[in-house]
Design a protein around this ligand. Sequence first.
Ligand code: ZN
Length: 194
Amino acid sequence: MADQVLVKKLARKLLLDWANLPNPPDGDNLKWIRLRHPDVFSFIANDDEGLKRLVERVGYCLRQAWKDSDPLRRDWFLFTARQEYMYGMLGTLPAVTRDGRRGWDVARKLILGVPPRTAFDVAVFYAQSRLAHKMRYCQNKDCNTRYFLQRKKNQKYCSVKCTEPTLLRSKRDWWNAHRGKGASPKDHNENQSI
Ligand SMILES: [Zn+2]
């Protein structure tokens, strides 16, 4: 049970951090995520180019998964995130980097088998089975954390703060439409869900 709590915590933190990282990430962004999740990036910690490639490729799959509301497609993108992470790991094997052809043979054998269990793989598998239906994309264009996990039904924004521009616009539009008709702004009862 304790393990499951840890997996849940790690999965949420890792995947939210990764999906919300600026795209493309700069050196500081890469350093930040590497330090926050040392286990996940330990195999590539001394290879800046490899780290950037890995973060971008996996990040692309995660963001696609988050933005796609179709469950089958979302699951596919989560799977491809696991696959990209594995390709990243395979790319660091000496046989792969030293000799392209021989490297590819080694890689193919490993790909066809079940890859070793990693913290990343466990986290994404948890997301596939337990978090996928909560993945949402914040509707506020100026939000810095657009990829979030829904806490209540029909939640369209990651936080109350992100609803503010829409609420203000809605109030202004309502007031412009009802001005001079004996109404007061208090009559406008927003029934917005965050
Ligand atoms: Zn937001």
